[in-house]
Design a protein around this ligand. Sequence first.
Ligand code: ADP
Ligand code: MG
Length: 445
Amino acid sequence: MWNLFLLKIKEVLSEISYETWFSETKLIGLEEGIAKVLVPSHIHKKNLKENYIDDIIEKFTEVTGTNFNFEFYTEEELENKIVLNTDEIGIPASNFESNLDNRYRFDNFVIGNSNKFAATSALAVAEQPGKMYNPLFIYGSSGLGKTHLMHAIGNFIVENNKKMKVLYIPCDTFVSDFVDICRKSANENNMESIKQFKNKYRDVDVLIIDDIHNLVGATSAQQEFFNTFNELYNNNKQIIISSDRSPEDIKKLEERLKTRFNWGLQIDILPPEFELRMNIINKKIELHGQDNTFPEEVKEYIASNCVGDIRKLEGAVTRVYAYATIMNGSDITLDLAVEALKDFFVISFVAKNKIDQVIQLVSENYNISAEDLKSKKKTNNIAIPRMIAMYICRIYLEENLTKIGIEFGGKNHTTVMHAVEKIKNEILKDEALNNEIQKIINKIH
Ligand code: ADP
Ligand code: MG
């Protein structure tokens, strides 16, 4: 948080004043409306208090969204009051496989109003793992940067503290690891692999679990996750969790897990506002590092047409570049972009009939392929959208059950009937789901 603040204050000061007065400051506490700052000397203290305080408050409020009062301390003043723990925690993590992807970093995460709170909390946790917010629960729909932020936290931690063991794991991997162990231990006595499993997840300083909504339906894995959570939490190890919805909205997640998720901080990432979309496009262009100029109107065209998903926003930029290359390196113009993206923004698929159209819309909505939706796969991320699609075909298009079954890859009409009943019941209890389905139906118009 302080680093973000310093970047901001640096912009409004001359280089020399920044270097003199701010470069050696540190945020050492943030509680009850008071920000405590460590400064190198009494002169700093006096000068910051008397000459810079307005700028400091203004810029810090921009970063945190909260108005803090400031107290400044010198090292001497602190000595008797606060013991700074500079000991590095943990054991050497030399051969440790953290699964971190180091392309995802804080410095290439573009910040706007919709994700500012998420980014600053993430950085706060990265700077003080296990101390600031535990667990940190990040939620928001697909493509808004949850995975990016989680890797950024992990990378930040390992880069600043080589001894910390950080483990990033998609929830599905946790579940399948666990299922493996259960299967094995049914056959033989395998204390050793159980021990390995526990070590993998519990002998870490930071556990990052992505897409926790996939834990739904895996009852015994939930139990095991609960135990893992408790053990890490009790040892002040940092836990970071992401989900495509808030804990309250994860149906069938055990109450006691929800309660624990409430112990820390829950932050949601919202869909990017126009300005953020423009900034991300600019960043993406910068990374492409190509000579072609990318006219403002093309950026605006993309930003206006691509609203809810940053992954798709990036895809659009790449596509325009690729198209320009195919056209023998011609200039990027609005006409070219419209042509390049004509299938990208609308449904990129010619539907043979209404059912096909629903399959397409629903699969786009959930970021899965139409093939998956027609497959026999039973994981929730596919099975639930499939049931929703069947429901829409039946209730909204009033299609015949057998015909729906055929279009969904040859399913029995009773399968379709059960799916329709299930969703009917679900939406009575789940308003968010109901709204989501309405949104899809509106798109059919
Ligand atoms: P989620 O996990 O929420 O589905 P991801 O973290 O996978 O989303 O993000 C999708 C893509 O968008 C990634 O390539 C990521 O780097 C990019 N992205 C998301 N948010 C931002 C951002 N604020 N700045 C830059 N890139 C972003
Ligand atoms: Mg993700």
